[in-house]
Design a protein around this ligand. Structure first.
Ligand code: IPE
Ligand code: IPE
Ligand code: MG
Length: 234
């Protein structure tokens, strides 16, 4: 049995913003704004509690299906938040944006790439932010990348192992995903880190993401510490 007190990498599915706003008779984008504030706080709570890395699901490949004004609102919020993210990156946080960034406007993309580049040596905390991210798209891209390497002669198909495959994932520099936390009451992955979550522990919470507090994170960490992880063994 393997037990380790603290998860090395937490995935946060930041869900419930819309319902939070609806409860207050406010537009959904008001909920997204509150959710973005909680994202910033959660990075600090993780650091205070000794967690080294977390990935936050901010926008999925499926979220483009939403009404145009909501999608535009989320992208507008991202544009506004870039300076906060840059400020956090100056506090020794490494930011890694995962997902297909080519879907975003050039100014956003340039800022995100610049923050990734300038923060890449920061060792205080690693924050992944999933933007236009889908787990199936990620795995498909890995298959395509490895196929190209086979065609170019760099590798042969029999060299493809799980380890080689993982080196093509966006999370190649992250520690293993130990815990996924999903607030909002939904109990599903919604295409988030599906490869990486193969042996993760799950904590589902009834709180809506804009109401997520440090005590909720502490509860999830306590839950995690009490789980018995067997990885198929005994
Ligand atoms: C999560 O909150 C944020 C994004 C998907 C961008 P939702 O917007 O999904 O909130 P609910 O689930 O509708 O309450
Ligand atoms: C998952 O939430 C995506 C993000 C939190 C960014 P959704 O609200 O999109 O997931 P479903 O539709 O409930 O599965
Ligand atoms: Mg949702």
């Amino acid at each position: 049995m393997e037990t380790s007190a603290l998860p090395r990498h937490i995935g946060f599915i930041m869900d419930g913003n819309g319902r939070w706003a609806k409860k207050r008779a406010m537009p959904r984008n008001f909920g997204h704004k509150q959710g973005a504030d909680v994202f910033k706080k959660t990075i600090n709570w993780c650091r205070e509690l000794g967690v080294q890395a977390a990935t936050f699901y901010a926008f999925s490949t499926e979220n483009w299906k939403r009404p145009k004004d909501e999608v535009n609102g989320i992208i507008g919020l991202l544009r506004q938040y870039i300076k906060d993210i840059r400020a956090m990156s100056r506090e020794n946080v490494r930011f890694v944006f995962i997902g297909d960034l080519s879907a975003f406007d050039e100014d956003i993309r340039a800022d995100l790439l610049d923050i990734m580049e300038t923060s890449k040596e920061n060792a205080g905390f690693t924050a992944g932010v999933a933007l236009n991210y889908g787990g199936r798209a990620e795995i498909t891209n890995c298959a395509a990348a490895l196929s190209r390497k086979c065609l170019s002669g760099e590798i042969t198909p029999d060299m493809i192992t799980e380890e080689l495959f993982e080196r093509e994932l966006y999370t190649r520099d992250f520690p293993p995903l130990d815990l996924v936390i999903r607030p909002s009451g939904e109990q599903r992955l919604s295409n988030f880190l599906i490869w990486q979550a193969a042996y993760a522990e799950f904590v589902f919470l009834d709180v809506l993401w804009p109401d997520f507090k440090k005590k909720d994170l502490e509860y999830a960490l306590k839950e995690f510490a009490g789980r018995s992880r067997r990885f198929g063994g005994v």
